[in-house]
Ligand binder design. Structure first.
Ligand SMILES: Nc1ncnc2c1ncn2[C@@H]1O[C@H](COP(=O)(O)OP(=O)(O)OP(=O)(O)O)[C@@H](O)[C@H]1O
Ligand SMILES: [Mg+2]
Length: 144
C-alpha cells in the first residue's frame, strides 16, 4: 500500500507520525528515506512522543543509535531504537552496532534514518520517503 501525505509544518509531520504510531505493536522496523533536513528526525520525535517517550529525541548523529525504554509496553514492544546511519562508512560499521540482532524481535520498535546504507533488504519494514518541497512543506510517501 502506498499513501502520499503533504505536510505543511513540523507539527504536521509529528501529527502524521502519531497516526503511524497508533498502528505499532512491536517488531516493526520503520525506514526513513530522504535528504538532509527533509524531516526524518522531526517525524521520529512525533513517533517517540506518541509512544510515551518523554526524553527529548535528538539527532543521534554522532552516537548513531539510541535506545529508549517505553514507559508502558505497547503490544509486545518494550524498547524503541532510533538509528541514524548517515555517518557510517561501511557495512562493517553497521554490523558493529548489533542492529541486525534487534530487527524482527517482538520487543523492539526500530526507526532507521539513512537506511540505504544497509545493502541487505530488511523484511517487513514500513518505508517512508521524505521530500523537501518548500521551507515548511514536505511530501511524505508511506509504503508498507
Ligand atoms: N513540514 C515539515 N516537516 C518536517 N520538518 C519541517 C517541516 N517544515 C519545516 N521543518 C523543519 O525542517 C527541519 C527538518 O530537520 P530534521 O532534522 O527533521 O531532518 P532530517 O531529515 O532528520 O535530516 P538529517 O538527514 O540531517 O538527519 C527541522 O528544522 C524542522 O523544524
Ligand atoms: Mg535526522
Amino acid at each position: 500500500m502506498t499513501q502520499k501525505f503533504i505536510s505543511r509544518s513540523a507539527q504536521d509531520t509529528k501529527d502524521f507520525a502519531e497516526k503511524i504510531a497508533s498502528n505499532l505493536k512491536g517488531k516493526e522496523v520503520v525506514l526513513l528515506y530522504g535528504d538532509l533536513g527533509s524531516g526524518k528526525t522531526t517525524f521520529t520525535q512525533g513517533l517517540a512522543k506518541a509512544l510515551g517517550i518523554t526524553k527529548k529525541i535528538i539527532s543521534p548523529t554522532f552516537i548513531i543509535m539510541r535506545t529508549y525504554e517505553l514507559p508502558e509496553q505497547i503490544g509486545d514492544a518494550k524498547y524503541f531504537y532510533h538509528v541514524d546511519l548517515y555517518r557510517t562508512q561501511s557495512e562493517h560499521d553497521i554490523e558493529g552496532l548489533g542492529l541486525k540482532e534487534l530487527l524482527g524481535k517482538n520487543e523492539n520498535i526500530v526507526v532507521i534514518e539513512w537506511p540505504e546504507k544497509i545493502s541487505t533488504p530488511i523484511e517487513n519494514s514500513i518505508k517512508l520517503y521524505f521530500k523537501y518541497l518548500g521551507e515548511e512543506e514536505r511530501q511524505i510517501v508511506l509504503e508498507q
